[in-house]
Design a protein around this ligand. Sequence first.
Ligand code: ATP
Length: 446
Amino acid sequence: MEPATEKRVTMDEITALAKRRGFIFPSSEIYGGIGGFYDYGPLGAILKRNVKDAWWRENVELRDDVVAFDSSIVMNPLVWKASGHVDQFSDRMIDCTICKHRFRVDHLKDASKCPDCGSKGSFTEPRDFNLMLKTWVGPMEDTAAVAYLRPETAQGIFVNFKNVYQSARKRPPFGIAQIGKSFRNEITPGNFTFRMREFEQAELEYFVPDDGKDMAAFQEWVDKRKRWYSDYGVRADRLRFYELTEKERPHYAKAGIDVEYLFPWGWGELESIAHRGTYDLDAHMALSGKDLRFFDEASKAHYTPLLIESSAGMDRTTLTMLVDAYEKETSTDPTGKATERVVLRFHPKIAPVQAAVFALARNKPELVERARAIESDLRRRGVRTQYDEGNIGQLYRRQDEIGTPFCIVFDFDSLDDAKVTVRERDSMQQERVSVDALAGYLDEKL
Ligand code: ATP
């Protein structure tokens, strides 16, 4: 349940802040936008990159048993035949004959009355609607040229399984990881960037031998992912790992867990972790006629490894970071006046700006020059910085709203004592730190 004492942020507030501060804009907005597509602004692009980097660092760079991969978005259409997407990747949809709006049957609470126009008995019969976006490859727009934009990144990994393990000289247990765009022609995109038609996934396909340790590998992965969300500060009471029942899992899956976050509208899936057995490699071997099995030198035998898959949405994770970090709080300023501030409590590794450096006065070259020098020094050392000048109250408010953990002020006293004021975002505590010690001070905290 949602914590009772807190008033949750609304999606309207998140959307407005995202636009105002340059996190996320509706795509092609000057032409009226296009449903289910969004653009990341200057801060949003960095936030999303930081989320992806955090995933990549943990799951690829820090592991010697996982290799990197980057497959094409358009593949031979037979890939999607084998995977089942051509025949089965569809949602049941229904149209209202009065207002012409289209709905997913499984999203309708009451299938007798249109939720948009209120008409009763106005629905068409349910029909299957394939979610893959189609295009044509080559100069002819005929059926032979039809291709699909991938609806998931995983299949690129499966069809390359042999190429990868041979070239990387890996043997199960080992994983192949990829982050990339996927496309689904969702019937009802919505909830801001939660359900889009173009989005990014981070997928890890971990292949294990059939030696009785596969469920342990599955559990290990689940625990790892729990730690990751917690390390980056996602509130534990808004996160759950929902275990799918046998009925809810595909017939071939031995186990499955959905990672869900409590958004303002309710629980929503961020990631799915599944034990998929040999299903995916089997399907591609059957249609392609190629042997994708692993050859074990020790036993001189071929076998098909089992697959533990983790598939996480990077846009949904980025949205989670925004929603989870958001807080509106009332505090008293030094004069005793109550003030309200909006603050994004981003983890410092995720925050788009880590340290903002201010000159206290705009028209004092001696302050501006020194503050700018500090900012460029920190930037060179790898801190994500921003320089600004002017009214200090306004500057703090702006940085709070974009989640900057530290603000550094170069003031008139700094000219004499070579110290700056460092103000911490969450506690709003300030301390004087000598300019020489500043890089080390931040290094420890970021
Ligand atoms: P849903 O039930 O919400 O449609 P799904 O179960 O079809 O999602 P998967 O196929 O398991 O999703 O995809 C793995 C992850 O990719 C999801 O957990 C989600 O984070 C992300 N994802 C899937 N569809 C979308 C989408 N339309 N927009 C943004 N992210 C998506």
